[in-house]
Every structure is written in structure tokens, then in C-alpha cells.
Design a protein around this ligand. Structure first.
Ligand code: DMJ
Length: 632
């Protein structure tokens, strides 16, 4: 295992590190030793005398200011935590070094309102400087969605996915027309009535027979993409109010009936399992269920079903969906963990975790995401154990998995493939890039940071997590910038003091991080994944910092340039480090369900799907926060 000290203490200067007190004597001595005074004056006795005089004077001035400064640390951190406050503390030691040259200036004592007004003007000036017409950018994303859909409907209507180069469809997810259902709520959000009509009509006409007659499907994939898509479509077409207010699709009840029918088929994965942990697969036509070939379920898969099943219970009044799915999390609460972190496999026969492989990437990712999101969905209920598990896991991530790369200090999340006592691997899946968004959401609960600050809702830990979110989002974006195409590879490794794993760079020699990021030949593909733009969207909503839009726009342009297929659709790539990149001939459903939706929302205003009123399921289907009754 890595011998590095815990991240929050040593590795990265986080907000709380800025508040650490420094010994007065140490500060004076160090600053004098490193200042020009040492070089210029200590060679002569007059110089020595002057130094002593200065030290005495400094000590007096500092003593008379220390108490004010220290108390304002807590006030600012708790109440405002603004750029003003942050910069002051970030630069505190730097200002200390210059102390002898000019008297110290305490931070201006602005009221929270004044500070917010100042920040607003900073933000607004960024908006003007950026020079982007974000409405126009949003329309480009909408056009991309229409291009993606038109390829799918022309060549693959009714199949799960489009193969845009071969111009045909393929059923990679069990044959429930997954692209149609995954894309539908994006079309509703974008207000594209034709697509809503086509998708909705297909669902009304074909989905019931597919649900009743098809074969094997994966419980997790079907829940997040199809069940989640149907539930959001029901909500967005004003289903709870009994009418289809905004679209030309079928009656909203069609979506709910299909959702209920599908969930009734999926429930066997829970009820036929001998433990609280469901089997991974269901055979739809005979309602049987079985484990994956190796007998195991993925941790992320079994813990990423609850938002959808809970919402269905609340819509139908049938508690079984909640009862079965929440049993999983209640059981997981009782299992031993490693500082809140869990292995990526779990055995549905014994109900125990299997192996020691710990990572936040594939098979682990959305376990951490749903801990906080299911808690948010059920605010006011007795699910505080989920919030506790989330907090514990974030502490574990910071202590055990977060490190900085060399030479340029990108903050990344690595893995422990051999458990807590095995070696640290500096490998980070692109999938991990959901984490910045989740951390930001967990910190402010979806509330804009300024407002949360104003209302003193953020603890030191929240601020620290938000800072980590911002650092990780930058790293995710650099995974794009480091390649020739400007698109991220599926997996990156990070250089750690010469202990890189022997790969090579992403092909963009202009990237500042070309030596920090290592991309191995087998990991150079791009599947049009959403995680980075998802986090940019959440971070933009929460911080209102326009850089997240700028970054998202760059990524969108790279998708346009290298993944667009002229005849319709977009394609995954084989290798993001070469030009021109070869296309993989597959358009994943989440490109329409997630990637383009998050980009569209990123460039739009904050009124669409507010983060304190909705949680997005892991496939970007918005689910309203209902504050439903407790499950126990
Ligand atoms: C999506 O299906 C979901 O976001 C899931 O949680 C994992 N990632 C894929 C897209 O990359």
C-alpha cells in the first residue's frame, strides 16, 4: 500500500488545511530566513541589529492582530467562504513572507450580501469575457441530438443501439428498444415534439410485448436505462397531474404502465435470491432469474436500483418495489467495510462481499453515487444511515485513494486492487469522473454554493469535498485535453514520482500534463461516455463558475469533430490518441440519454430540472425529490 500520508492532511492543500494555525515564532523565523533581509543585512552587525529590531516589531504587530485574524477564519469559512475569503487564506503564508515590507492588511469585513454582490460581478464579467452565446451552444447540442436520433430511427428503430457505420441496429441490452426509452426524456427536455411522438408511439405499440416476450436482460442496465427512462418520461409529461401537458406523445399512463410491468418482471431478481442481494440477470418471458456466470453480482449494480424502485412505489402506492430494493442497502449497511469503501463484487448466495478489489470506477462507481442520492430523494425520512455511509466513504476515498500526479500535481482517484493492505494503483477509469458531480451534490445538497454559504449550510468537510470535486473535475477535463482528439480515453494512469506504469501519452504534446497522464494502448477507446460532462453540469449549477461551460463546450466540439457520422448518429472511437481516430461503429444509448442531455442542461439556465428538486438517476433520468415516508 502507498505510504503517502492521508490526502486531506498532507497531499493536497484543502480548505481546511488553509485554516491550520502556524506557530508565530516559526512563521517569523521562516519568513525572515527566506526573505531578502537575510541576504542583504545579516552580513553586517548593523544588519543584525536591524533584523532583531524588525523581529520585535513584527512580533508586536502580529500579537495585536492574531486574535482578530483567527476568529475571522472561522467566521469567513462558515458564513461566506467566498473567493475573497478563500484567496485571503490561500495567500496567507505568501503575504506573511512580504510582511516586513508593508503592514498587514486584514481582509475587508464585507457583509455576506456585499460579498455575494462582488462575486456576482466577478461571475458576470467572466460571462461577458467568455464571448460565448450559450443559448446558441445549447441549440448546437439539440441539433446533435436530432442528428443522433435521425441515424437511429432511420437504420435501427426498435433495436437497442445503432451501429452508425454499418447503418443497422443491434440488440446489446436484451431488445427493449433501449435507445428509444433512454433518449425520450432528453427529447422532452429539449422540446423536440417529433422525437417524443416517435419514441412515445413506439413504446405504446411495442414495448409491452417486448417486456413480456424477450429473454435475458441485466437487472441494473434495464433498471437505470429503461425503467428510469419510463419514469422520467411519465413525470416530464406531467403524468402525476394526469395529462400530457408538453408533448405529442401518448397518454402519460402508458409510460407508468410499462414501468410497472417491467418492474414486476424484474422483481424476481430480488425475490428468487437467497439473500438480500439480487441476482444480476432476469429472463423476461418466464420471469426467472439467475446469477452471472461467475455467481457474483457487481456491487454498483445491486446498489443502483433504489431511486427507480422507490419512485415507482410512490407513484403506484405499491410498497413492494421499495421494500425489495431497499433491503439491499439496509443489508449493505451491516457489512464490514474498509473505511467506508467496499469491494466491487458481492455474492448473492451468501450476501457477503467477494474479494478485495476496491475502486470507484467500473463495478464500484454508482454504489457511492446512490448512497447520497437515495438519501436526497428521501429527505426527512429515517435513511440517515445512507448519509452516514456516504460521509464515511468520502473520508475513505480522500484518505486511501486520492493522490497527486507528478510533475504537475493533478489530483486523481486511484485504486486498491488488492485491498487495504495491497499496492496502490494510479489507475483511474473515465467512469470515476461522475465523482466530482456527486461530491458537489453531497456538499451543497444541490443548492447553489453562494446561497448555501449565505445560509451557513456548509461545514468545513462540505467545503473540502467541494474543493476536491473541483480539482477532480479539472483532472477529468485534462484527460480529454491530453489526447490528439480532445476526447478522453476509457482509462488513464497517473505518473507518481517516476512510478508510472510504463504506458505512453495521449498524443497532444501541447498539453501541460503530457507527463502526468499515461494512456495504455488497450485503454485508448472512447465510448461517448457522459461522466465528465455530467460533473461539469453539476459543478456549473452549484458554483456558477463559467469555466465549466467553457470546458464542456470544448468537449462537445471534439465529439462533433471526431465522432459524428455523416449518414446519422455518432460513433465510439477505437483510439483517441491518433488522427484521424478510427470509429468503433457503435452509438451507446447513454450518448442520447446522458451525454447530450447534460451538455444541453449545462448551456441552459438553472430553471430546468433544479438540483434541489430532482435527483438524476445514474443514467441521467431526473426523478423528483418527494420526501416520501420512511421505509421502515
Ligand atoms: C451509464 O450507463 C451509467 O452512468 C452507469 O452508472 C455507468 N456508466 C454508464 C455510462 O458511462
Amino acid at each position: 500500500m502507498s505510504k503517502s500520508l492521508p490526502y486531506s492532511m498532507k497531499d493536497v492543500q484543502y480548505d481546511n488545511a488553509k485554516f491550520r494555525r502556524r506557530s508565530l515564532l516559526k512563521g517569523i523565523t521562516q519568513n525572515l530566513l527566506t526573505s531578502n533581509v537575510k541576504n542583504e543585512c545579516t552580513k553586517c552587525s548593523t544588519g543584525r541589529f536591524l533584523v532583531l529590531l524588525m523581529m520585535g516589531g513584527l512580533a508586536y504587530v502580529i500579537l495585536t492582530h492574531t486574535s482578530t485574524t483567527t476568529s475571522s477564519l472561522h467566521g469567513i469559512a462558515k458564513n461566506i467562504g467566498t473567493e475573497e475569503g478563500n484567496n485571503f487564506f490561500t495567500d496567507r503564508n505568501g503575504k506573511f513572507r512580504k510582511f516586513w515590507r508593508k503592514p498587514p492588511r486584514l481582509p475587508p469585513r464585507l457583509s455576506p450580501d456585499e460579498i455575494i454582490a462582488r462575486n456576482n460581478s466577478i461571475h458576470n464579467s467572466h460571462k461577458i469575457e467568455s464571448g460565448h452565446d450559450w443559448k446558441a451552444c445549447q441549440q448546437k447540442v439539440k441539433a446533435a441530438f436530432i442528428h443522433a436520433w435521425s441515424g437511429y430511427r432511420t437504420y435501427a428503430m426498435g433495436y437497442d443501439e445503432l451501429m452508425p457505420e454499418s447503418r443497422r441496429g443491434v440488440d446489446g441490452l436484451g431488445g427493449l428498444g433501449a435507445t428509444i426509452v433512454d433518449a425520450l426524456d432528453t427529447a422532452m427536455i429539449m422540446g423536440i415534439d417529433e422525437v417524443v411522438y416517435e419514441a412515445g408511439s413506439w413504446i405504446e405499440k411495442h414495448l409491452p410485448e417486448r417486456i413480456n416476450g424477450r429473454g435475458q436482460v441485466n437487472l441494473f442496465e434495464t433498471t437505470i436505462r429503461v425503467l428510469g427512462g419510463l419514469l422520467s418520461a411519465y413525470h416530464l409529461s406531467a403524468g402525476e397531474h394526469g395529462a400530457n401537458a408538453s408533448t405529442k406523445g401518448p397518454e402519460p399512463r402508458v409510460y407508468l404502465e410499462n414501468a410497472r410491468n417491467l418492474a414486476d418482471h424484474l422483481l424476481v431478481a430480488f425475490t428468487l435470491s437467497p439473500s438480500a442481494i439480487p441476482f444480476s440477470d432476469v429472463v423476461l418471458h418466464d420471469r426467472s432469474s439467475h446469477p452471472a456466470p461467475d455467481g457474483l453480482s457487481s456491487t454498483a449494480e445491486v446498489s443502483t436500483l433504489q431511486l427507480e424502485f422507490n419512485y415507482l412505489s410512490s407513484l403506484t402506492g405499491n410498497p413492494n418495489y421499495t421494500l425489495e430494493s431497499m433491503k439491499v442497502l439496509e443489508h449493505m449497511k451491516t457489512l464490514p467495510k474498509f473505511k467506508g469503501l467496499v469491494p466491487i463484487y458481492i455474492d448473492p448466495h451468501s450476501g457477503e462481499f467477494n474479494g478485495e478489489n476496491i475502486r470507484i470506477g467500473s463495478r464500484g462507481d454508482s454504489y457511492y453515487e446512490y448512497l447520497i442520492k437515495v438519501w436526497l430523494q428521501n429527505q426527512g425520512s429515517n435513511l440517515t444511515y445512507l448519509h452516514d455511509m456516504y460521509k464515511e466513504s468520502v473520508k475513505g476515498i480522500k484518505e486511501l485513494l486520492v493522490r497527486k500526479s507528478t510533475p504537475n500535481g493533478l489530483v486523481f482517484v486511484g485504486e486498491l486492487p488488492y485491498g487495504l493492505h495491497g499496492a496502490f494503483s494510479p489507475k483511474m477509469d473515465h467512469l470515476v469522473c461522475f465523482l466530482p458531480g456527486t461530491l458537489a451534490l453531497g456538499a451543497t445538497k444541490g443548492i447553489v454554493k453562494e446561497k448555501a454559504m449565505r445560509e451557513s449550510l456548509l461545514s468545513f468537510e462540505d467545503l473540502e469535498n467541494l474543493k476536491l470535486a473541483e480539482d477532480l473535475a479539472k483532472t477529468c477535463v485534462e484527460m480529454y485535453s491530453a489526447t490528439s482528439t480532445g476526447l478522453a480515453p476509457e482509462i488513464a494512469y497517473f505518473n507518481m514520482e517516476g512510478k508510472g506504469e510504463g504506458g505512453s501519452g495521449g498524443g497532444n504534446r501541447n498539453s501541460k500534463y503530457v507527463d502526468d497522464i499515461i494512456i495504455k494502448p488497450a485503454d485508448r477507446h472512447n465510448l461517448l461516455r457522459p461522466e465528465t460532462v455530467e460533473s461539469l453540469f453539476v459543478l456549473f449549477r452549484i458554483t456558477e463558475d463559467p469555466k465549466y461551460r467553457e470546458w464542456g463546450w470544448k468537449i462537445f466540439q471534439a465529439f462533433e469533430k471526431y465522432t459524428k457520422v455523416d449518414s446519422g448518429g455518432y460513433s465510439s472511437l477505437d483510439d483517441v490518441t491518433v488522427l484521424p481516430p478510427r470509429k468503433r461503429d457503435k452509438m451507446e444509448t447513454f450518448f442520447l440519454g446522458e451525454t447530450l442531455k447534460y451538455l444541453y442542461l449545462l448551456f441552459g439556465d438553472g430553471n430546468a430540472i433544479p438540483l434541489d428538486e430532482y435527483v438524476f438517476n445514474t443514467e441521467a433520468h431526473p426523478i423528483p425529490i418527494q420526501r416520501i415516508a420512511s421505509t421502515k
